[in-house]
Ligand binder design. Structure first.
Ligand code: AFP
Length: 332
């Protein structure tokens, strides 16, 4: 079998589909290289004190773990010097990180959640890195928040790494969604899922059921119908999974279907997940794999962001199920 590395895949996308410019290829390769370093750090577990808190809070008011901070630094150091980027934003930083003057600036903007699911670190459950790439608006040399506030449909690439039993990199450059597995001996990402397609129907849902008392009627109706199983209106039994690491939950849905929900509710009025760092990249990845992603009312990728750290309700995964839950919201 022909082994296709990430570099080969990107060059072929460039040659055959005109999808990936040399600058974008370099950018994605550098992010992937940073993910290898983060994967290595995560795999040290308690030996590296990875679950330890650093005592600070991020802009979302969440306790920062040592590795959240390290992952953010690794990504910045890897990406700042190559000349592909105009600026970066991260879930871990208040505002845009400007490329230092000693380095050339490029045409792209990088958005990242350096260590998603980090509250799972101290219990040895999968965590990951999510990233998204936008074009810097014409004529902007010092990108401010506004330069980043583009709807998700404008993303030129999005991906995530999940640091699980294997380290997997999922990527879209707008020509389907593909998956690579890190070959630790060779140190390279090898294409292992050539065309990821999410089944349109599913019998598995993912939601944090501890929020049930706060859910709105449409979400409650959908979950009640799933739980009623064979004898209920859906006429089939459903299974439930919730890892509490979006990277792991979405990877499962890409692999075998399912619907993932973190909707707005009475406690999370604006939603829990971040539009720019989590919802947009995952929505592009899922749509490119034949799935759907909405906030209950509209397609996530069409939403005009109002702030860098904006939160949003998320329903994504198998198309028919996402359409059903969204329909329960819009028919109200
Ligand atoms: P952390 O990165 O703070 O652990 O949050 C993870 C996350 O953003 C996402 O990956 C999960 O799906 C979601 O939060 C889990 O939230 P709950 O802990 O409320 O279930």
């Amino acid at each position: 079998m022909r082994r296709v590395t990430l570099t080969q895949y990107l060059i072929e996308q460039q040659r055959n589909h005109g999808k990936v410019s040399p600058e974008l290829r370099l950018l994605i390769e550098v992010v992937a290289r940073a993910c290898k370093a983060i994967s290595h750090a995560v795999s040290k577990g308690p030996l590296a004190g990875i679950g330890d808190a650093v005592g600070s809070l991020n802009v979302q008011g969440e306790a920062q773990k040592k590795l959240d901070v390290i992952a953010n630094e690794v990504l910045i150091e890897a990406n700042e010097w190559g000349g592909q980027l105009a600026a970066m934003v991260s879930e871990e930083m208040d505002g845009p990180y400007q490329i230092p003057n000693r380095y050339p600036k490029g045409a792209f903007l990088l958005l990242m959640d350096p260590l998603d699911g980090s509250s799972n670190l101290d219990v040895n459950i999968s965590v990951g890195t999510i990233f998204s790439v936008l074009r810097c608006p014409e004529g902007v040399t010092e990108p401010d928040d506004k330069a980043f506030l583009q709807p998700g449909a404008k993303q030129v690439a999005a991906g995530f790494a999940v640091y699980g039993a294997a380290t997997i990199l999922v990527l879209t450059v707008g020509n389907g969604t593909v998956g690579f597995t890190l070959d630790r001996e060779l140190g390279s990402f090898v294409l292992t899922q050539e065309r990821i397609m999410i089944p349109e129907d599913t019998q598995e849902f993912a939601i944090n059921a501890s929020n049930m008392r706060n859910w709105g009627a449409p979400v409650k109706r959908y979950i009640d119908e799933c739980l009623a199983g064979k004898t209920g209106p859906r006429g089939k039994d459903f299974n439930m999974r919730w890892v509490a690491s979006m990277v792991a939950d979405v990877y499962r849905i890409l692999s075998r279907g399912g619907v993932f929900m973190y909707p707005c509710d009475a406690k999370h009025k604006e939603g829990r997940l971040r539009l720019m760092y989590e919802a947009n990249p995952m929505a592009l990845i899922v749509e490119q794999a034949g799935g759907a992603a909405t906030n209950g009312q509209q397609r996530i990728l069409d939403i005009q962001p109002g702030a860098l750290h904006q939160r949003i309700g998320v329903i994504l995964g198998s198309k028919n199920e996402v359409e059903r839950v969204t329909g329960y919201h819009t028919q109200q």
